[in-house]
Structure formats: C-alpha cells, structure tokens
Design a protein around this ligand. Structure first.
Ligand code: G
Ligand code: G
Ligand code: MN
Ligand code: NA
Length: 257
C-alpha cells in the first residue's frame, strides 16, 4: 500500500476524521474544551495515527488542504457545541509549521471563523515549540495578526524544542502545554517534578495559561491540581474520541481525583 498516493485521495474520499480529547479545568473540574486530533480511516489499513501520515502530508504539501479541512471541521463542531451547551466549549487545533509559514494562515483562519460563525475566543491554535526557533520578523507579524483576530496561541510540546526562552517575552502567546514526556516520569523522578513546578510558575508569572497533557493517573491529576496548572488533558479523563462520543463528557462537571 502506498500511503502517499492514498493520502492524495483521502480528503475527497472522506477518509479523514477528527477525534476530540477533553481539556479539564483542574480547579473547577469542568470541561474547558477539547483538542481536535486528526485520524485517517484507511479503507484497507484501518485507523492510521497522525504520526504516520502528517509527515507525508508535510513533505507533499498536502498539509495545506488537510490543515484547512481540520480547521474548518473543528470550528464547525465547536460552533455547534457552543450553541448546544450553555457553557463555552473551547477548541484547540494543531498547526504544522508548513501551514504557518507557507500559506496565508491569517486569511485562512479569518475566513474560517467568518464562514463557521465561531467566536474567535473559542479557538486556540497549537504550534509546536520548535517553530519558535525561527524567531523571525514574519513569524512575529503572523502571530500578532492572529492574535488581533481574537484567537489564542498555545505552545505545544513545551520543554522539548531546545529553543531559547526569550520568545516568551517577545511573542503574543496565551498558553503553554507541558510536554507529555515530563508527565510520564513525574512520579518516579524528583527532578521532573521540579521542572514541572518551574514551568507552571513561569507560566503564572508571565500570565500564560498552563496545560498538562498525557495525564493518565489520579496521582498525576492531583499533582497538577495542587501545583495550580490550569488545564489537564489525558487518558485519565478520556482518550480522543469521535464527536458524538465525546458529547457525553462535555456536560460533566466533576472530575475528582
Ligand atoms: O492524536 P495523536 O496523539 O496520535 O497525535 C500525534 C501527533 O499528531 C501529535 O503531535 C499531534 O500534534 C499531531 N496531530 C494530530 N492532529 C493533527 C492535526 O490536525 N494537524 C497537525 N498538523 N498535527 C496533528
Ligand atoms: O503533540 P500533541 O500534543 O498535539 O499530541 C497529543 C497526542 O497525545 C495525541 O496523539 C493523543 O492521542 C496523545 N495522548 C493524549 N492523551 C494521552 C495520554 O494520556 N497518554 C498518552 N500516552 N498519549 C496521550
Ligand atoms: Mn497538540
Ligand atoms: Na504535545
């Protein structure tokens, strides 16, 4: 099976789907929103995770139409949820660096918000930390324009990008997502706990929201709650699920440890 060839037709054959993973407000236990995560339902190979086809999409340029599709589907879904529920349901969407630099991402986001009618404040764009290595004028300008639209920017995989911290003071960023690798050995490694505490404190002092992803156990949840990490996300609460299955969770108001 040639994945690259098949990916060309995946969009028009309706083989791509979004799953959603809830993000919980650690202090109130309410659902804050969800992260949209793409999956490919390959007709022969079954469900293919993004790690196996996003790199191909990036190399071939298919990430541009696929990324636009993801953004539109996620915004449509979020708009529907925000009409349906009487509390806001935020949506986080992952952007590839290719989408961010090659395409007119500002126009795409603006048009998508307009066409779906989604309140910009509901949308958060996740950019992986390695993007911030390129601390260029054009990147700063793009981020500023996105922020002017009213959407929020989040740094994904924080702590792994080997980038300098200086971008935190220069760029219009709203939140940081602590990389899963830190959470994984939280309970075994005292140093990891110190790093996590320091990141949460750094976020607080910079007025950024902190998010812990990959939370799998009640102990991990409790730790982040005690440390005052704003949002938690992970298998402990829910795996990423299709939209109709996650709806049962959106109304849930108590996630105790
Ligand atoms: O959902 P999963 O944990 O398998 O995702 C694996 C990786 O794929 C993560 O790094 C995630 O950010 C990335 N990913 C998931 N969905 C999207 C998407 O819609 N666009 C981009 N660019 N990356 C995505
Ligand atoms: O890089 P990004 O943060 O966008 O990717 C998130 C990825 O992490 C998704 O592929 C998602 O399926 C995965 N994920 C979410 N929660 C957990 C978890 O609790 N444990 C593990 N191992 N992976 C998780
Ligand atoms: Mn992400
Ligand atoms: Na991440």
């Amino acid at each position: 099976v040639n994945l690259e060839r098949d990916l060309h037709s995946a969009l028009k054959n309706d083989e791509l789907v979004l799953h959603y993973q809830p993000q919980i407000d650690s202090q109130t236990g309410h659902v804050f929103g969800a992260e949209a995560l793409i999956r490919w339902e390959h007709p022969k190979r079954g469900l293919i995770p993004p790690n196996q086809f996003i790199p191909i999409a990036e190399e071939t340029g298919l990430i541009i139409p696929i990324g636009e599709w993801v953004l539109r589907m996620a915004c449509m879904q979020a708009e529907e949820w925000n009409r349906k529920y009487d509390h806001p349901v935020h949506i986080a969407v992952n952007l590839s660096i290719k989408q961010f630099v090659n395409n007119d991402i500002v126009k795409t986001v603006e048009r998508t918000l307009h066409e779906t009618g989604l309140d910009p404040e509901i949308l958060e764009l996740e950019l992986t930390e390695s993007i911030f290595l390129e601390n260029t004028e054009s990147m700063i300008s793009t981020l500023n324009k996105l922020q002017k639209l009213g959407v929020r920017i989040s740094i994904d995989d924080f702590g792994t990008g080997y980038s300098s911290l200086s971008y935190l003071k220069d760029l219009p960023i709203d939140s940081i997502k602590i990389d899963q690798s830190f959470i994984r050995d939280l309970c075994e490694n005292k140093k990891t706990a110190s790093i996590i505490s320091a990141i949460i404190t750094l976020a607080k002092n910079l007025d950024l929201k902190s998010v812990a992803e990959g939370v799998e156990t009640p102990e991990q949840f409790n730790y982040f709650k005690m440390e005052g990490c704003d949002l938690v996300q992970g298998y402990y609460f829910s795996r990423p699920l299709p939209a109709n299955q996650i709806e049962a969770l959106l109304d849930r108001t108590e996630w105790g440890a």
